[in-house]
Design a protein around this ligand. Sequence first.
Ligand SMILES: O=C([O-])[C@@H](O)[C@@H](O)[C@H](O)[C@@H](O)C(=O)[O-]
Ligand SMILES: [Mg+2]
Length: 414
Amino acid sequence: MTIIDSRITDLQVYPLAFSDPPLLNAAGVHEPLALRTLVRLQAGDVVAWGEGRGDALPADVVPALCEAVLGLDVFATSRIEAAVDTVLRRLRPDLGAQARLVTFAPIEVAALDAQGKLLERPVSELLGGALRDRVDYSAYLFFKWAGHLDGEPDEWGEAMDPDGIVAQAKLLVDRYGFRSFKLKAGALHPDIEVESLRALAEAFPGMPLRIDPNGAWTHQTALEVAHRTDGLLEYLEDPVLGIDGMSRIHAETGVPLATNMCVVETAHLRPAVRADAVQVLLSDHHYWGGLRRTKELAAICEAMDIGVSMHSNSHLGISLAAMTHVAAAIPNLSHACDTHFPWNRADDVVTEGGIEIVDGAVTVPTGPGLGVEVNLDRVAELHERYVESGHRTRDDGGYMRRWDPTFTDARPRY
Ligand SMILES: O=C([O-])[C@@H](O)[C@@H](O)[C@H](O)[C@@H](O)C(=O)[O-]
Ligand SMILES: [Mg+2]
């Protein structure tokens, strides 16, 4: 029997900054640079990668985290999680349970990538096996400016009205073959947002549609939107804030509701299900503590008879690969997943052609681990941008206030 050396011998953290278009949402508008964190882990003779939120691994805890995981077996993810948890509780007692899961998530992804590489198996097989060869993603449409403040117009063009949204949808369908749309709302007056949905329904008959104002609407506005989009939507996402508010909207309209806002940790599940506030849970391994926990979450959803799909934030190809592996292994995945990938693909750290959206879906990688190669020059370049830019936190509202000093992201707003 061959004994594999699977101890962690090195952990490096690379905060990255990469280009992001001026996409509007209820919080404001995306800044020119988005942030992510890469984790590079070495175990035995393999190098593995994980990607997390920009704030996933706070700089002040990185040295202690690295030290705490050195020598641990990369297959013992519970022990790795316990080590991460101990460091965070000691050095950052201000961080809650969810923030600790956010830190662990990219480390877990890197550990699974390493396990897969050591065993020469794809990550989907470590999660129970892919139940589908391809995972569907939805085109994520945004109202957007033509270009950044002080910048040139970008390749996507302006989208501040229904015509602009339909043009953007056509571009995304031409390039990636998407077969469903999500419209980010809560950015403009609801009349424009509803008209944009209607225009999409007319331009793409029969394509599934969803809309997400991130809780920017009042109860009354949400009821009106539900009424005006009757029969158009596969679900309405976070029309209002909070479990009680969502429950009332569902009770009064019967429209299926999805969330990535009112159920963000396990403790929220029971009250949400009791109140029948959520019919589709948008999982996200970056928040819920990794790929294994995301599978467990899906099993809980199945038991509670609610659908499962996936939320996204601005991300790169390592996350797209990780999302695809876990989505492929979730039996009860009920809807196409969200992805921001097209908006950020030009700066991707995965080697050219390594992971692609084709016909609205990503083929589940079959190579060892995550099944993607990382472009080290690009990682170095984006890390350099992070260092030089001094950009450290996402501030959509502050950026919007540079354009409109009276802007507020108070919710509900419309
Ligand atoms: O990227 C954005 O503007 C989105 O609004 C993002 O921040 C949300 O977290 C997300 O995509 C959502 O579904 O709520
Ligand atoms: Mg959402």
